[in-house]
Design a protein. Structure first.
Lengths: 468, 514
């Protein structure tokens, strides 16, 4: 890999330092002689996986991936403001509903996505009831499209409807923008497929109180640097996907003075502060579009085998590569090995869902598990398990992040840039942690857990690379 | 059904952690449902939804921990709640294995690594070795069965990058005093040695050490390096390195005869070398070479050692090893105990080089020897398991090591063969080798000890005497304790030599008049 290319010293006049790949007996005898040695628990690559170095057309994959990594890490996502989806998201009509993951028709949508669509249509007053909304959805009058086709991302069902307020994130280095809704909180919420009066009431409050308060504050305060905020949150116990407590606190700390100056109604201001403060995942809807904004400039680099998208719609899991940015490779979404809220069990769980794996794609989230020992229960319970989880992901990533680091690993950069080639060579699939939605529409969150990305879409992507 | 709960005041836990605790508690036998949560208003509502109420719950604060259990019996509730402290800690100890699965991962941990040691199956070697070279690491490749084409590509790439590929099929190297693979504990000194064979290098370095000298570097090149397909890429690099190395005063090369073209290039290179070179090409005829002033040609490792030592101007001794008078006497005495039908020698070797060198020495004495790894293809055994007349078997050959440990690591196959040979009434002599050092069996003599006693006993019962001759390759510093190994052999009635060449010479003496 790129970072190890410096000239090595002569074996004959320098002490040797050994990497032992295979039998540990050999390393044991070296250790007895005081030689620094590290063991690699090598495993054979899956059968028939060649090392791809160049595309058929002759492009160097190494060079392409180097450029991809450079662009992703050079990105500086900033919150520049908020607006309604229909005003800012390109290609968003009054009858467009955006969803998480790869493209999908109403007929194949999973329960929680359907529930969220139904809830959103009622919220938009396009339907009077969830039942009417389902009918409307099936009629073909509603355009369903992935968030990712519109520079947007959405957690869980990831539903964005036209009148929802969205964050506007701008990559200051490249000028591209990304969008995401505001986080509703946990439990019975739209993104987990819930609908009903509580859900609509909260969404309306968000549009009527939260959104204008934040928007006014941003007009006054100017942009907030999200790359710096994510970097800090990683040093405070977040991995910015399933733990966002530090990020949320940092955001609140940064925006509160401007809100206090621009919001004249003290009660409204208090409600907004309480809402953000009580929602540990408020920052997720900022870390996600930040990741999206960082990844998009790498789209279209010829020969690059690094992922720019990894997303699920609750039915399918999909990936896209920088070298072929519009093509989805999909496979059935996996079953989450979960920890469940009281009263729920694995029988209630919908398969893997949401765009939030954009965080892992950008080099944090579950890949930075080592930074977030508080949620180590996802990966086995101990702080060591959290470290191991991150160590494993280094093996499938192209490089280590220049700006995001992990204190407990002596500030080593996070694993950055999932390389389809490394996934195939090592047989190690990306490890994802995620919330779990109830499989039926209208219920909401039932737990959280962990799973691997499905192998099939990586196999297909790898085959496609061979023909580039 | 029974319900119970406890409230821990001001004990804050992250909700994900608590979900883990909840999972562990719910796995207890007889538990119907558990809830482990902080007492937020929302969570209290949740508890009410599943039927858990109480005044204490109403007054609990968001920083209080609530653990509720619904179980088949009150006993289960008590047990689960009683074990709560354990559950809050319960993170089992795990066995530490290497968490690193790829070379790149190893590099991240040891960015200054300059050598990768590979012992993985041959078919995967190219790919991993390639990555190591790309990352600027030299290689020690123990793995065998690497296609020659791949070996050449690796070695050419390495030469371009000024890196070294020791192997594939490389058993031994000593770099700056550090033994890699099968190697002994050897003093540092003025002698540099190059060779494709692990046991050849071990024998040379041990003898140098045992003679009171030392080794600068011993560079294993892999068994195919001197073939014309590879052309000695590593050997030439090693020669350059030893020539440039200020510590090295004399350079030795120990090998089977190289490919013809490679040999010509080697000889040309030797002539240009600024340091004295001693060559030992086992099995080659000395008269086929023409050397210059600085070149010494030998045909046994022992002679190479003697010649090398003479180059540093110390201890002038005989050019060729020979048996002492006492040793010749001992041979006659041993022979006298044989039964009339006892005539043949059987050699069972752990070290391939020892099998080869012994064939050469016996051959020079005019004794025809069969082998599974013959010097002369004419004498190849049809079935390696069936000895014929004088037979020397390389027990480290693939036939004996496929799916089984090498005889240097485990004595099982040799033990069995010792027994079957001693049942053959025509057998008079067993020739064995014992190799000490890192990675070899920790008690090589001990592993064969009972078999040796039993074999001798069996032949004695038939009215004869089995003469067992052995060599030990090792130093007093080796972990196996050379003295102890040697004493064990002598106690078992074995005639012991510190060199394989001498042991083979002794066998010639034994067989001379048979």
């Amino acid at each position: 890999m790129a970072s190890h290319s410096e000239k090595r010293s002569d074996l004959f006049d320098q002490p040797i330092t050994v990497i032992n790949i295979g039998l540990t007996g050999f390393s044991e005898s070296l250790r007895q002689q005081g030689v620094p040695v590290i063991d690699v628990d090598w495993r054979p690559p899956p059968e028939g996986i060649p090392r791809l170095t160049h595309t058929k057309s002759g492009a160097s994959i190494e060079e392409a991936n180097k450029e991809t990594a450079r662009r992703i890490m050079a990105g500086r996502p900033e919150i520049v403001g908020l607006d309604l989806a229909k005003h800012v998201i390109p290609g968003m009509s009054e009858r467009t509903i955006l969803h998480a993951g790869p493209p999908i028709h109403w007929e194949r949508m999973c329960g929680p996505t359907r529930g969220a669509v139904m809830g959103a249509l009622v919220y938009e007053r396009l339907a009077r009831s969830p039942e009417a909304a389902a009918e409307l959805s099936a009629s073909g009058e509603i355009t369903f499209d992935p968030c990712h086709h519109h520079h947007a991302v959405g957690p869980m069902a990831g539903i964005i409807s036209p009148s929802m307020p969205v964050w506007i994130i701008e990559n200051a280095e490249f000028g591209n923008r990304a969008y995401c809704t505001l986080n509703e909180g946990l439990g019975k919420v739209l993104r987990y497929g819930a609908f009903g009066e509580d859900v609509y009431r909260r969404l309306r409050w968000m549009a009527d109180v939260l959104y204008p308060t934040l928007a006014a504050a941003f007009e006054r305060a100017g942009p907030i640097d999200l790359r710096a905020m994510i970097a800090q949150a990683l040093h405070m116990g977040d991995e910015c996907h399933n733990r966002n407590r530090a990020g949320t606190s940092l955001f609140l700390r940064a925006i509160t003075p401007a809100m206090a100056r621009t919001c004249e109604d003290g009660e409204r201001l208090a409600q907004v502060i309480e809402f953000i403060n009580e929602n540990d995942h408020f920052f997720l809807n900022l870390s996600m579009p930040a990741a999206k904004a960082m990844l998009e400039p790498a789209e279209g680099i010829e020969g690059s085998t690094i992922l720019t998208v990894m997303a699920r719609n609750g039915t399918d899991f999909g990936i896209r590569m920088a070298g072929d940015p519009d093509r989805w490779f999909t496979a059935p979404a996996g079953i989450v090995e979960g920890l469940f809220l009281p009263g729920f069990s694995a029988d209630d769980a919908n398969p893997d869902i949401g765009d939030s794996t954009i965080t892992e794609t950008a080099g944090f989230g579950g890949f930075a598990m080592a930074a977030a020992p508080a949620i180590a229960s996802f990966v086995g319970g101990t702080a060591q398990d959290a470290l191991n989880s991150t160590f494993e992901m280094y093996e499938i990533c192209y490089t280590e992040h220049e700006h995001f680091s992990i204190p407990t690993l002596d500030f080593r950069g996070t694993p950055m840039g999932i390389d389809v080639r490394f996934v195939m060579e090592t047989g190690i699939l990306p490890k994802l942690n995620t919330g779990i939605a109830h499989k039926d529409p209208g219920i909401g969150m039932v737990g959280a857990g962990i799973l691997r990305a499905p192998k099939e879409c990586f196999i297909e992507a790898f085959e496609a690379i061979k023909n580039w | 059904m029974a319900i119970g709960f406890v409230i821990r005041k001001n004990q804050y836990y992250d909700s994900v952690f608590l979900m883990g605790v909840n999972k562990r508690l719910s796995q207890n036998k007889g538990v119907l449902q558990t809830a482990v949560l902080m007492a937020s208003e929302k969570n209290k509502q949740l508890l009410a939804d599943i039927g858990i109420y109480g005044d204490q719950i109403v007054t609990a604060k968001p920083n209080d921990l609530i653990v509720a259990v619904i179980a088949e019996t009150p006993q289960v509730v008590d047990t689960v709640l009683g074990g709560l402290d354990q559950a809050l800690l319960a993170l089992e100890e795990k066995v530490l294995v290497s968490l690193l699965h790829t070379l790149n991962d190893g590099l991240a941990k040891k960015p200054h690594a300059n050598l990768a040691v590979l012992t993985i199956p041959g078919e995967y070697v190219f790919r991993e070795a390639r990555k190591a070279l790309d990352a600027g690491l030299s290689l020690f490749i123990f793995s065998s069965n690497v296609p020659v084409e791949e070996e050449r590509k690796l070695k050419e790439l390495a030469a371009e990058k000024k890196l070294l590929v020791m192997g594939p099929d490389c058993g031994t190297s000593i770099l700056g005093g550090v033994g890699i693979g099968f190697s002994n504990i050897i003093n540092r000194g003025a002698f540099g040695v190059i060779g494709p064979s692990g046991t050849g290098l071990q024998e040379f370095t041990c003898q140098i050490h045992n003679a009171g000298f030392g080794i600068s570097h011993a560079i294993g090149t892999g068994s195919h390096d001197l073939s014309d397909e590879i052309g000695g890429i590593t050997s030439f690099q090693a020669l350059d390195a030893l020539e440039a190395d200020p510590q090295t005063k004399v350079i030795a090369i120990i090998a089977k005869p190289p490919g013809r073209k490679t040999l010509e290039r080697l000889i040309a290179r030797f002539k240009l070398c600024g340091k004295p070179v001693v060559s030992c090409f086992l099995g080659a005829r000395m008269d086929s070479f023409e050397g210059g002033e600085a070149l010494t040609w030998t045909t046994t490792i022992d002679d190479a050692v003697l010649a090398a030592i003479q180059h540093v101007g110390e201890k002038p001794t005989a050019i060729r090893i020979e048996l002492t008078h006492q040793e010749r006497e001992l041979a006659s005495k041993s022979r006298a105990d044989w039964a009339p039908e006892q005539r043949f020698l059987r050699g069972l070797f752990a070290g391939g080089t020892f099998c080869y060198q012994s064939q050469q020495i016996l051959g020079e004495a005019g004794i025809v020897v069969h082998s599974n790894a013959p010097l002369d293809p004419h004498y190849k055994l049809a079935d390696p398991d069936r000895s014929s007349e004088h037979t020397l078997i390389d027990m480290g050959d693939e036939t004996y090591t496929l799916g089984r440990p090498h005889p240097m690591i485990d004595g099982t196959t040799r033990r069995q063969r010792i027994m079957s040979e001693s049942r053959d009434p025509s057998v008079a002599v067993l020739l064995l080798d014992f190799i000490l050092g890192f990675n070899a069996s920790m008690d090589p003599v001990g592993e064969l000890y009972d078999a040796i006693l039993e074999a001798k006993q069996m032949v004695r019962q038939q009215g004869g005497e089995l003469t067992i001759v052995a060599s030990i390759c090792g130093t007093k510093e080796d972990p196996q304790e050379l003295d102890l190994q040697e004493r064990l052999l002598r106690e078992a009635g074995v005639i012991v030599f510190q060199s394989n060449a001498k042991a083979a010479l002794f066998c010639c003496q034994l067989l001379k008049h048979v």
